[in-house]
Design a protein around this ligand. Structure first.
Ligand code: G3I
Length: 315
């Protein structure tokens, strides 16, 4: 069977997966290397992972994933620099003046982006800046620095690695809705102001039966701004146990998501948020739900895998 990465490459698309560094051996490592041409560290590059105590750094897992990717001729999407979650407690619990906060943010970006300069294809610079209604999420960054923290972060990232594509990444922005329209207006404004922004990441943590009908139209409107669009964290969850009927529906929905990306030339590709049900965040976060990825927990390809094959023109 033709690996997914070869089918995707023939269409000029990336196919990625989030990975956990410690698992990159055995069957998990074989599949991650064989089927995908992009990797995203699921947790390894988050601030809380790399600087657990102030000034004390741990790059072990992040380095391991980047080394693995280079050995397998894969691109890496850095994830993520400026977020409200999974920050170190010293950062969350500190009291900072705006000037201190800005310095912390830009120093962090300079250090982490600089460490991997020339080795990463893209960065999720700012993650999840919006509320569902399209207002800015009141995070430590927004509360301290105002909405301009986004432009400041992008500018710092560009300075640290001019070759990396810079993204803003969010969830529930796959269809046309208030939140995706806020993202649209933000990136349109950033571009007009000359702030470095290359693309938007649509996470796509989807629910079976609820794939937005406006997915392709939404990708297209961002592309029409002159931006790249990446589907960055796809999974499609269901109530467990999975049945044949649900898995068949999931196949159709995976196929539809990949087809929407294939249809828009500026859609760079699709990354799944874990490729096996044994390495998915869903059961921990949504008890009673799961089976959200293309491989089952025993690394057998599910119908969803073959939906991807079909969308990528394979047989
Ligand atoms: O590493 C510890 C381990 O030592 C401990 O024994 C265990 C006990 O719970 O927890 C482990 O940490 C967990 C970590 O994942 C690694 O497995 C954290 O509790 C858990 O909260 C963390 O969840 C991650 C989540 O982000 C946090 O928000 C998921 O793995 C990760 O897939 C998920 O990814 C996010 C994206 O970054 C942004 N978009 C949404 C997506 C899903 O939440």
């Amino acid at each position: 069977d033709t690996p997914l990465r070869d089918l995707a490459a023939a269409k000029g698309k990336a196919i990625g997966t989030a990975v956990t560094g410690s698992k990159l051996t055995g069957t998990y490592g074989e599949l991650a290397g064989r089927e995908f041409n992009w990797l995203t560290p699921g947790n390894a590059m988050k601030w809380g992972s790399v600087e657990p105590s102030r000034g004390t750094f741990d790059w072990t897992e992040a380095d391991q994933i980047v080394d693995f990717a280079e050995a397998h001729d894969q691109d890496v999407r850095g994830h993520t620099l400026v977020w409200h979650s999974q920050n170190p407690s010293w950062l969350d619990n500190g009291t900072w003046t705006p000037a201190q906060l800005r310095r912390l943010m830009t120093d962090h970006i300079a250090l982490e982006v600089g460490r991997y300069k020339g080795r990463l294809a893209a960065w999720d610079v700012v993650n999840e800046p919006f509320n569902e209604d399209g207002t800015f999420r009141p995070t430590l960054w927004y509360n301290g620095l105002g909405a301009d923290y986004i432009a400041q972060a992008l500018t710092a990232a560009r300075a640290a690695d001019p070759a990396a594509k810079l993204y803003i990444n969010d969830y529930n922005v796959e269809g046309v809705n208030a939140k995706s329209t806020a993202l649209y207006n933000l990136v349109k404004d950033l571009k007009a102001r000359g702030v470095p922004i290359d693309g938007v990441g649509l996470q796509a943590h989807l629910i079976l039966g609820q794939v937005p009908s406006t997915f392709q139209q939404n990708i297209q409107r961002f592309a029409d701004l002159g931006l790249d669009v990446a589907v960055t964290e796809l999974d499609i969850r269901m109530q467990t146990p999975a049945t044949d009927a649900k898995l068949a529906q999931q196949r159709t929905e995976y196929e539809a998501v990949f087809k929407a990306c294939v249809a828009v030339s500026r859609c760079t590709g699709v990354t799944v948020w874990g490729f096996t049900d044994s390495d998915s965040w869903i059961p921990d976060t949504f008890p009673g739900e799961g089976a959200a990825t293309p491989y089952d927990a025993n690394y057998r390809p599910k119908p969803a895998y073959y939906g991807i094959v079909t969308a990528l023109g394979g047989t």
